[in-house]
Design a binder for this molecule. Structure first.
Ligand SMILES: C[S@@+](CC[C@H](N)C(=O)[O-])C[C@H]1O[C@@H](n2cnc3c(N)ncnc32)[C@H](O)[C@@H]1O
Length: 517
């Protein structure tokens, strides 16, 4: 093994990187984007997926549970991480995942074609020969209509982050222990932010926002450790990445976060100016990165022999489902009369208005069934005009207002008499704070009541039974029953308090796509 690989392997043996489902890499998402570009992807329900640098398989295992007829292969340098993944595979008795300890550099002809190749959080942290090999694997082992996903740190955003990296590397020079290295890095960032007082120059703002960024990850020191303190961290400009891909006979398809690199999603005057700078699609996205100071990309590639066509085609849209977390900003019925302006709010708090009756009907309908995804046929019926609905869904998808799916998430929007959560979410709630919902997002469940309730949702308990279970936990002091921070001891009050807690959490779980049929 080469020195660089030995160092990477040692680093992940010492500080493993607990991986988790990345919805942008899910076959449903990759296949949907492929379809929207005119490719004929393998169905997510029956596909072959390869992940390079899969750590402990935390991304592939939930996919393999959800898609039992698809096959998943993951490789990673670190035996410890692979061993932990293999233990999970065995615990789940999965026969469709194969996790192997091996180097990306050793992938050979025995790896047959994959419909989707994923390489998340690896490309920037490996040496140029491994980067070249990753692209070579995509060229050789991607099925003709397949899509590869590669994420990487990018400039210009990483120029600033590199300054932080330089500072924390300087401060941790000659420190061996990973724990001590992260603690010292954290301490320096906190100290530097503290030196800024109430200054508002660019450097002061940057130091304070860096501190906030570190605080966000305070409970995940492995992330900061590998992001800032690894021996190799080589960001590159998007245009360089696209050229590298082209030199391996691969072409850029789009970003996995589809709307994020679209010039036309910027304010109209900025978008118009960027279009005067260039007509080249790659250069245009490079300009977008300059505007938004992008630091991370998740780029999709395919063979350069494929002809991509991103125009809206109704027959493609008919194959899809749509789901959204966008809601009408005001409670109550949406006024769908022509000309009446209605405001909608996205999950990230962005608002927009529409006066278009079909748009309002479609968004109101999707919000009413959320988090469930609705089929194109259902949405067309709600909207009233198939061709307009197709155009609308396409436009709303590219502007980040809704998700499209070839394999819609299996969730329900209401709480049934005997509510049920997936076995995966229940087991995760048993093991820790992070659970995967049906929209393939990882949620942090801080509340011990929520975790306890989720664990019981195997479809055999109704609300009365769940209240009894909660009562038992509270009586045994395993759950601390409080209202307004005061303990609840009055036996007459306890049932109603528990009922209210249960109702609250079940409603939230339905809203957060944790409930299944
Ligand atoms: C930052 S972690 C990302 C893990 C996972 N993909 C995720 O995003 O959660 C990088 C992973 O790449 C693996 N890796 C680095 N170089 C590798 C190589 N040459 N061959 C195989 N795996 C490699 C490391 O062992 C580590 O598990």
């Amino acid at each position: 093994m080469r020195d660089a690989e030995a160092a990477v392997r040692e680093s992940y043996e010492q500080v493993p990187y607990p991986s988790a489902l990345q919805h942008f890499t899910h076959p449903d998402h990759l296949a949907t984007l492929a379809l929207l570009h005119g490719l004929s992807p393998a169905p997510p329900q029956r596909c072959r997926v390869l992940e390079l640098g899969c750590a402990d398989g935390g991304n592939l295992i939930p996919m393999a549970i959800e898609l039992p007829d698809s096959e998943f292969v993951g490789i990673d340098l670190s035996p410890k991480q692979i061993a932990s993944g293999v233990a999970q595979v065995e615990a789940w008795k999965l026969t469709n995942v194969n996790l192997r300890t091996m180097s990306i550099l050793d992938v050979g002809a025995d790896f047959v074609a994959f419909d989707f190749i994923i390489c998340h959080g690896v490309f920037s942290w490996v040496t140029p020969d491994v980067q070249q090999k990753i692209l070579d694997i995509c060229r050789r082992h991607l099925a003709p209509q397949g899509v590869a996903y590669i994420s990487y740190n990018t400039f210009p955003g990483w120029h600033l982050r590199r300054m932080v990296r330089d500072m924390v590397l300087f401060h941790t020079e000659n420190v061996e222990s990973p724990d001590e290295r992260s603690a010292r890095a954290f301490e320096l960032v906190r100290f530097l932010a503290g030196t800024t007082g109430d200054a508002s120059d660019a450097h002061a703002l940057f130091l304070r926002s860096t501190h906030e960024h570190f605080e966000e990850y305070a409970d995940r020191p492995h992330y900061l450790m590998h992001e800032y303190l690894e021996q190799t961290n080589a960001p590159l400009y998007f245009r360089e990445f696209a050229s590298l891909a082209a030199s391996h006979e691969l072409q850029y398809v789009c970003e996995a976060e589809a709307h994020a690199a679209e010039a036309d999603n910027l304010p109209a005057a900025i978008a118009a100016k960027l279009h005067t700078y260039t007509e080249d699609a790659i250069a245009l996205e490079q300009y977008v990165d300059f505007v938004v100071n992008r630091a991370f990309r998740r780029s999709l590639l395919t063979h350069d022999s494929s002809r991509l066509d991103r125009t809206m085609v109704v027959s493609r849209m008919r194959q899809l489902h749509a789901s959204t977390t966008t809601r009408p900003a005001e409670a109550g019925d949406v006024d769908t009369r022509p000309g009446v302006s209605v405001t909608f709010r996205t999950e990230r708090g962005k608002t927009f208005t529409s006066t278009h009756p079909i748009a309002k009907r479609v968004l109101a309908f999707l919000a009413s069934v959320a988090p469930r995804a609705a089929s194109f046929a259902e949405i067309s019926t709600a909207g009233g005009d198939e061709a307009v609905v197709a155009d609308l869904l396409h436009a709303l998808f590219w502007s980040g207002v809704l998700d499209l799916h070839l394999a819609p998430p299996a969730c329900v929007s209401t709480v049934s008499a005997f509510p049920r959560a997936s076995l995966l979410a229940r087991r995760q709630a048993d093991a820790g704070l992070f659970v995967t919902n049906q929209r393939r997002r990882v949620l942090k469940l801080d509340d011990p009541f929520a975790r306890f309730i989720l664990r019981q949702l195997d479809g055999t308990h109704d609300r009365a039974s769940l209240v009894r279970l909660l009562d038992h936990e509270a009586a045994s002091a395993r759950l601390d029953l409080r209202v307004d921070d005061q303990p609840v001891r009055d036996p007459m009050r306890i049932p109603s308090v528990l009922q209210a807690i249960l109702d609250h959490h079940l409603k939230k779980m339905a809203e957060y796509a944790l409930l299944v049929a």
